[in-house]
Design a binder for this molecule. Structure first.
Ligand code: FAD
Length: 471
């Protein structure tokens, strides 16, 4: 009998403990593994860029499976019904998947598991998305970690299993069930800028991710300690995008980095991987991280939360009048990516200078980022806003101008993305104006705007609002 493997955000063949287990079982029974992806409410509810990027990931993953003699069966609907149909059609008596950790995914998976088990189907879930399962990392008192550094100290010397090799061949079942056509799902339909704009900057699929990571280990990791903060250079691994769709496994990154030596760059890289673990750990133990102020005291803070506000529009349209903020937001709109330092600067400007609720920025990122990740995005916003765990202290209001002097010292990042005022703007800066909706009414020939909120005014106002509260 075949085993169904329900792929979700784990579109890879190597370093995949769940797929490995499914293949072992199928081999023992003389059966095959049938790979399945279900377009459910979760996939349908993704923001524009992540949903498009998921579609691209599925396309490339289906090709990789075909090269191994297999197929990716695509179905749309409620997962339980879809899986029951597939069990009827294929005679499978076992279904496996890799665990997901967002609260809605946990609820979905628990319900599907209970229902299928009551049908007499064997159900197995496996790790693979994280280095450490969130419930296996505990403080000495037995609770979960609310602060990053002690969690890092607890996990840094743990044994992380070596990544598993990709299977060399996948056996086909006697008969393949029908599959939807990916194009019919119109995964890129909501992309305002058109998918082709962002496609030029995406790294799609397992093979591309591995190649990029190899280059990072060879050329960049040694200088990562310094290089990672520079917005004007590509000093980071850019693995968040493939990690988000599971096109590369975290164990591959962990062991790859460890194999690159003992330098400072390697240690800091491992620490960054554990920031991702910390985000998942917190989302698992406190799901409100995704939607509400993690520190409840912040509920009384006078955030503004109206999309129509002038400051919000200026920020989303990347016309705040603060060049480093606009450069970063334009980079994200065109490429689907944004440098980590730039994320902190634009988030701080929105939440602190403009006093707009972090949820507004979180949603915009969820619509624009091709590396969107529920846990890291929520933690990044709450951390920067001050409402989150282990957050930046409230009085740290980034000065966007000094940040630009430090991390874009000759202004080349701003020049690359802000066209206004340049007699011959570069293609990147013009690409933004080609990509935005006409209705925004913007042109590269417009004069560059005055800041929607100046640094001095914004800082003073934010500090006054904080000081009137007992944080
Ligand atoms: P590298 O510097 O090469 O780091 C290696 C890996 O470590 C990354 O791929 C990522 O998985 C992890 N990592 C690094 N920094 C962080 C961090 N601060 N938090 C969690 N994990 C980290 N990351 C996302 O993957 N998706 C998001 O939607 C997202 N939203 C963010 C929103 C805000 C406001 C902020 C401040 C940060 C956000 N981050 C998010 C975290 C971080 O900015 C990105 O992970 C990083 O920029 C990815 O680039 P990289 O892969 O080149 O990172």
């Amino acid at each position: 009998k075949p085993v169904l493997f329900w792929f979700r955000r784990d579109l890879r063949l190597a370093d995949h403990p769940g797929l490995h287990a499914a293949l072992e079982r199928a081999r023992a029974n003389g059966g095959a593994v049938i790979p399945v992806f279900v377009h459910d409410r979760e996939a349908g509810g993704l923001g524009a860029a992540p949903r498009w990027r998921l579609g691209e990931g599925l396309r490339v993953f289906a090709e990789a499976l075909a090269e191994k003699g297999s197929r990716l069966i695509l179905r749309q609907g409620e997962p339980l019904q879809v899986l029951r149909d597939l069990i009827d059609e294929t005679g499978a008596d076992c279904i496996m998947w890799q665990r997901a950790y967002a609260p809605d995914s946990i609820e979905r998976d628990s319900d599907v598991k209970a229902a299928l088990e009551s049908d007499g189907i064997e159900v197995e879930s496996h790790p693979g998305h994280l280095l450490f399962e969130p419930w296996t990392v505990e403080t000495k008192q037995g609770g979960f970690y609310k602060v990053y550094t002690p969690m890092w100290n607890m996990v840094k010397d743990r044994d992380v299993p070596e990544p598993l090799r990709a299977p060399s061949h996948l056996r086909a079942p006697d008969r393949w069930p029908d599959s939807d056509a990916l194009d019919d799902w119109e995964m890129g339909a909501a992309m305002r800028q058109g998918a082709a704009v962002v496609a030029a900057h995406a790294t799609v699929g397992e093979a591309a991710a591995r190649d990029k990571f190899k280059c990072f280990l060879r050329d960049t990791i040694a200088d990562y300690a310094k290089g990672r903060d520079r917005m004007d250079a590509r000093g980071t691994s850019e693995m968040s995008e493939p990690l988000s769709y599971g096109e590369i496994g975290p164990r591959t990154l962990w062991h790859g980095a460890k194999g690159a030596g003992q330098g400072k760059g390697v240690e800091i890289y491992l620490k960054e991987l554990v920031w991702r673990e910390f985000a998942y750990h917190l989302m698992y133990h406190t799901p409100r991280l995704l939607s509400d102020n993690w520190r409840e005291k912040w509920d009384s803070f006078p955030w503004k939360e109206d999309r129509r506000l002038r400051e919000v529009r200026a920020w989303e349209q990347a016309r705040t009048g603060v060049p480093i903020v606009d450069a970063a937001l334009r980079e994200m709109y065109v490429t689907g990516r944004m440098h980590n330092r730039a994320r902190m600067i634009v988030a701080s400007y929105l939440c602190k200078h403009c006093m707009v609720h972090w949820r507004i920025g979180q949603e915009w990122f969820a619509d624009c980022l091709i590396d969107w990740d529920p846990a890291s995005n929520a933690l990044g916003w709450q951390w920067t806003a001050g409402s989150g765990p282990d957050a930046a202290p409230y009085f740290r209001v980034y000065n966007p101008y000094t940040q630009a002097e430090k991390f874009d010292p000759d202004g080349s990042y701003v020049t690359a993305w802000v066209a206004e005022g340049q007699s011959r703007p570069p293609a990147t800066a013009l690409a933004y104006f080609d990509a935005i909706p006409r209705a925004w009414g913007l042109s590269p020939d417009d004069p560059y705007p005055e800041p929607v909120v100046s640094h001095e005014e914004g800082r003073a106002r934010a500090l006054e609002a904080y000081e009137n509260r007992d944080f």
